[in-house]
Ligand binder design. Structure first.
Ligand code: G3I
Length: 383
């Protein structure tokens, strides 16, 4: 991972702006105001117009991953979610580890709570994820084998998807199933599902989900698609190959989820190969969702104004590139507030400074990232 200096923009967000009044940013004397190609435009957006309304004006959905714990225990967080989001996705509550305490039982208490919360707040609700190699219950490895894996998966999909049928906007049917580093000729991840069911576990899952909820937008969700890198190229190529083959046989794949966990100092994000990939996905008649956006700042400078600006610039440049495609139907961040971001645990900074990957800071004030997302939504072509 190369470390590159971030250009010092000299824009210092005043306390007033951070407090959501969004007064114009204060220029330091040494910097002339000049809009560079890929930098977030600077005229602040009034936070009086929530992101969900900006998105709705463009025919888009905008929202976040949430947990029952944070929504039910943090009123400021809950208020921001209710104010800003018209779609939400459980960060952990619809994963096997939470839903399946034993091979024969289900625990829907947290997922139901979140589904009811979404309905009560007139938000769309996403499901994440039916087939994933992580967050599997402790009994899974010793219990699952080639004889029982397929019926277990089919029962899970029929039960879980069936339970929320008509209440779910879209399901991540498969998540991160392409992993070229596993060196398979088909590029698939050597996961427990692949080992116990075979490469057709993807088709089996999509067909079962379509049967259980014909209205849900069935999504193939993937990470590491956004960079101009050998991994990015390989993942995009393998995904397109599988899509062409599966769609030609009528497998009901309807959308692609771009996880969009971007790395703040990477300059090879959303380049020409990625743009071409989005066009190819759109030409296949598939919808596109930005499903888990955040910007990891572990290699960005400690200075908060500089770091926030680099993060805002990347949010703006990435979303502007993606939203050019009218097949994009939703933009979700993987959390609303820096204080609850998974990156604090999984990608902490070496200097132990708090991470700042999301649109709200730890005090639930909108950060420059909020402004960049607002601007990208405002500038998006209507769907
Ligand atoms: O809630 C328990 C808590 O009771 C327990 O004390 C604690 C210690 O073990 O664990 C807590 O559960 C953790 C859970 O997050 C809630 O915070 C799990 O251990 C931990 O594994 C889980 O991590 C989640 C991870 O997926 C695995 O499910 C992250 O929050 C979540 O942000 C992350 O999200 C993934 C997407 O699903 C797929 N794409 C990448 C993304 C980031 O890794």
């Amino acid at each position: 991972m190369t470390t590159r200096g971030v250009t010092r923009r000299g824009f210092i967000w005043s306390a007033a702006a951070a407090a959501g009044s969004c007064a114009l940013p204060v220029l330091d004397s040494s910097t002339s105001l000049r809009l560079r190609q890929n930098e977030a435009p600077q005229n602040s957006r009034s936070t009086n117009v929530p992101l969900k309304d900006r998105a709705a004006r463009r025919g888009l959905l905008c929202g976040s991953a949430v947990t029952q714990t944070h929504l039910s225990h943090d009123s400021a967080f809950q208020a921001a979610v209710a104010a800003q989001c018209n779609i939400m996705v459980p960060e952990v509550e619809l994963k096997w580890e939470r839903l399946r305490p034993t091979p024969d039982t289900y625990n829907f208490s947290s997922a139901d709570w979140l589904s009811n919360y979404a309905q009560h707040h007139h938000m769309k609700f996403r499901g994440h994820a039916l087939v994933w190699h992580e967050e599997l219950p402790s009994w899974f490895a010793s219990y699952v084998n080639p004889q029982n894996a397929k019926p277990l998966l089919l029962d899970h999909i029929a039960t879980v998807v069936g339970r929320y049928a008509g209440k779910i906007h879209s399901w991540d049917v498969v998540n991160e199933v392409i992993w070229p580093p596993d060196k398979r000729s088909d590029g698939l991840r050597d996961s427990p599902w692949l080992r116990n069911i075979g490469a057709d576990h993807i088709e089996i899952a999509f067909r079962a989900a379509a049967k259980a909820d014909p209205l849900a937008l069935l999504t193939w969700n993937e990470n590491w698609l956004e960079e101009e890198s050998s991994l990015g190229d390989a993942k995009r190529t393998f995904l397109l190959q599988h899509l062409k083959e599966l769609l030609s046989r009528g497998v009901p794949i309807q959308a692609i989820g771009l996880e969009s966990h971007l790395i703040g100092d990477h300059k090879n994000i959303a380049g020409p190969h990625f743009k071409e990939f989005l066009s190819q996905i759109s030409d296949m008649g598939l919808k596109i969702l930005v499903t888990e956006m955040d910007i990891r700042d572990f290699n960005l400078p400690n200075d908060i104004a500089t770091r926030d600006q680099a993060i805002a610039d990347l949010y703006y440049r990435y979303l502007t590139t993606v939203l050019e495609h009218k097949t994009v139907v939703a933009v979700l961040t993987w959390g609303m507030s820096n204080k609850y971001s998974w990156t604090a645990t999984f990608n902490p900074r070496a200097d132990h400074a708090p991470v700042r990957p999301l649109p709200y800071d730890a005090d639930m004030n909108p950060s420059p990232a909020w402004n960049a997302i607002a601007q990208a939504l405002d500038n998006a072509p209507p769907r």
